[in-house]
Design a protein around this ligand. Structure first.
Ligand SMILES: *Cc1c(COP(=O)(O)O)cnc(C)c1O
Length: 411
């Protein structure tokens, strides 16, 4: 089975939709997006070209006029980028995907493509720091306002709607770093009753564990930098959704404003998707074991992980996600001193704020990812000084445990 890459620049992933609808997730991850060229290559090729040539002046004119399908320029379309877009759309179950230069570019393009001055965004409080900055510091200058509500509090979402103005509900679930969740079906219902759209940043779960479009969300955004790559090599992003909003409104912003994904990075992500399910299931298994072990350590006050029975939304996680994911956080009794000591005594784990890598990373959110928040904002988000976040990789679990055990013993 081959799924064709459509050549019409305006026409994105949906053309493969009928082909993949019957296929399982793992098959989609391996077999969609790539239309073999006459060279007969087995692996997907990298089209490292900025522009494309035409057979004649008349063909060039027809392409530029949009009368004939085909590539023009890699800011608009590129076959390798399109292969990644098609594969991701197939995995999320969306009609269409567009790739972007970063996760933040995906969120920016979504907002520029769908919002106008006077519109209001209702967002969860526990968002990725740069997303909050984008909304508060930059979109606000163009007349788009944002207010925030606690992620899991459906009554607060309902009450936060500004009639006639709220156009977009935006959330991350599970959240960073506390792995809080929201019931996506219920949130989609709130959005749609008020003529608003629901966009979900699916960075933590990925389509291998959770598919927001199936729960009624309208749009999914990704930082491909994280699990889609999975090995910490490239920065990129994507938006997935329907043909009109993603394939036309958001794609229009991208091709004009230019935060396009490079073909090389698209190729890395394309290959990353092939092992996404295996990695996410293995990383979830390791994180689950680690979370249960950490809960038994005397130095640890609390562990936040959706797969733990002690997680307040454990049953929601069981319905909405296939597994708990690779991210967990723990609160130490000893505050910042204990958190920094735990981080500094590790020899194997990487001290970095990045996540979603097959190498385990450890970070202190209060002084890094959430360091720009005021102490009051951090307190409101539940980011304490004793909190440590782990993105669990694929090293031998016993080695990850041993690396943490030394620091915990000293606490
Ligand atoms: C990293 C991240 C982003 C931003 O992605 P970049 O690729 O760094 O621009 C957005 N949302 C979440 C949840 C992230 O973790």
């Amino acid at each position: 089975m081959t799924c064709t890459i459509p050549t019409d620049p305006e026409d994105c992933a949906q053309d493969g939709a009928e082909d993949w609808a019957e296929l399982g997730f793992a098959t989609r991850a391996l077999r969609t997006g790539h239309a073999r060229t006459p060279e007969g290559e087995h692996a997907e090729p990298i089209f490292a070209t900025s522009s494309f040539v035409f057979a004649s002046a008349a063909e060039a004119a027809a392409r530029f006029a949009g009368e004939q399908p085909g590539n023009l320029y890699s800011r608009f379309t590129n076959p390798t980028v399109r292969a990644f877009e098609q594969r991701l759309a197939a995995l999320e179950g969306g009609e269409c995907a567009v790739a972007t230069a970063s996760g933040m570019a995906a969120i920016l393009a979504l907002c520029l493509g769908l919002l106008r001055a006077g519109d209001h965004i209702l967002a969860s409080r526990s968002l990725f720091g740069s997303t909050t900055q984008l909304f508060d510091r930059y979109l606000s200058r163009f007349g788009v306002s944002t207010t925030y509500v606690p992620l899991g509090d459906l009554a607060a979402w309902e009450a936060g709607i500004e009639r006639g103005r709220t156009r977009l509900l935006f959330c991350e679930t599970p959240s960073n770093p506390l792995t809080e969740m929201v019931d996506l079906a219920a949130l989609a219902d709130i959005a749609h009753r008020h003529d608003a759209l629901l966009a979900v940043d699916n960075c933590f779960a990925t389509p291998a564990l959770q598919r927001p479009l199936e729960w009624g969300a309208d749009l999914v955004v990704h930082s491909a930098t994280k699990y889609l790559d999975g090995q910490g090599r490239c920065v990129g992003g994507a938006v997935v959704g329907d043909r009109q909003r993603v394939g036309s409104d958001i794609f229009g912003v991208l091709r004009t404003a230019g935060p396009s994904l490079s073909p090389f990075n698209a190729w890395v992500f394309l290959k990353g998707l092939e092992t996404l399910e295996l990695r996410l299931l293995a990383q979830s298994r390791a994180a689950q074991e680690l979370a249960e072990w950490l809960e038994r350590q005397p130095a640890v006050a609390r562990v936040h992980y959706p797969g733990l029975a002690s997680h307040p939304q454990h049953s929601l996680a069981g319905r909405q996600m296939r597994a708990g994911g690779g991210i967990l956080s723990l609160e130490l009794h000893g505050g910042r001193a204990a958190a920094w000591r735990l981080i500094d005594t590790t020899r194997l784990l990487s001290i970095t704020a990045n996540l979603g890598d097959v190498k385990t990373t450890i970070t202190h959110p209060a002084s890094t990812t959430h360091g720009r928040l005021s102490p009051e904002e951090r307190a409101a988000s539940g980011i304490g000084e004793g909190l440590v976040r782990l993105s669990v990789g694929l090293e031998s679990l016993a080695d990850i445990q041993a690396d943490l055990a030394r620091g915990l013993a000293g606490s």
